[in-house]
Design a binder for this molecule. Structure first.
Ligand SMILES: Nc1nc2c(c(=O)[nH]1)N=C([C@H](O)[C@H](O)COP(=O)(O)OP(=O)(O)OP(=O)(O)O)CN2
Length: 164
């Protein structure tokens, strides 16, 4: 059974609201703002007989849980070449181009990404969804693509092919 199928997961619950600013260079960034982000996942897999591939409910729950992890935070990147992050008591200070931008620690989520962009969010979800390679092989998954939207008509997709 070598035929493949693509499962698309784009449930209403695959969303998160977050604040951020995109950094364009060592001296240029956006002002602080937020979005209602949406996530869609395409999973290409082999059919397993019985008229189906793997049970996609597993990944539906995982994507929704990952969205909840990112929901209602001010998100800062820990791997930016242009932003330093200092933690001082109850505050997190984002240091950018000589500016010191304070946030309450309780409002901040530090993510191991280079920039808070659609591309990096897509990579974050993809990394988490493909962490267990044995599970992917067990489900005979060939590739996963994650697409993150910052609003209608604006998204970035990242794709990973899984070695058989
Ligand atoms: N390659 C990328 N470029 C930009 C990104 C990104 O993630 N990757 N992100 C931004 C901004 O953060 C984002 O676009 C700002 O939102 P903006 O588009 O201005 O506002 P809306 O989402 O509300 O869209 P409208 O066109 O204003 O309706 C910029 N570049």
């Amino acid at each position: 059974m070598n035929e493949t199928v693509t499962i698309r997961l784009a449930k209403q619950a695959m969303k998160f609201s977050a604040a951020h600013f995109t950094i364009f260079s060592a001296s240029e960034r956006e002002r602080l703002h937020g979005h209602n982000f949406r996530v869609e996942v395409d999973i290409e897999a082999h059919m397993l007989g019985n008229g189906m591939c793997f049970d996609y409910g597993i990944y539906k729950d995982t994507v929704i849980a990952l969205c909840r992890e990112l929901n209602e935070w001010m998100i800062l990147p820990t791997r930016s070449p242009y932003l330093q992050i200092e933690e001082q008591g109850e505050h997190v200070i984002a240091v950018f181009n000589g500016q010191r931008i304070p946030f309450l620690r309780a409002d901040v989520l530090l993510l191991p990404i280079e920039n808070v962009t659609l591309e990096e969010f897509a990579a974050h979800f993809l990394t988490r969804l493909t962490a267990d390679r044995d599970e992917l092989r067990q489900h005979r998954i060939r590739a996963i693509e994650v697409r993150v939207f910052s609003g209608p008509g604006q998204s970035a997709g990242r794709r990973l092919r899984v070695d058989p």
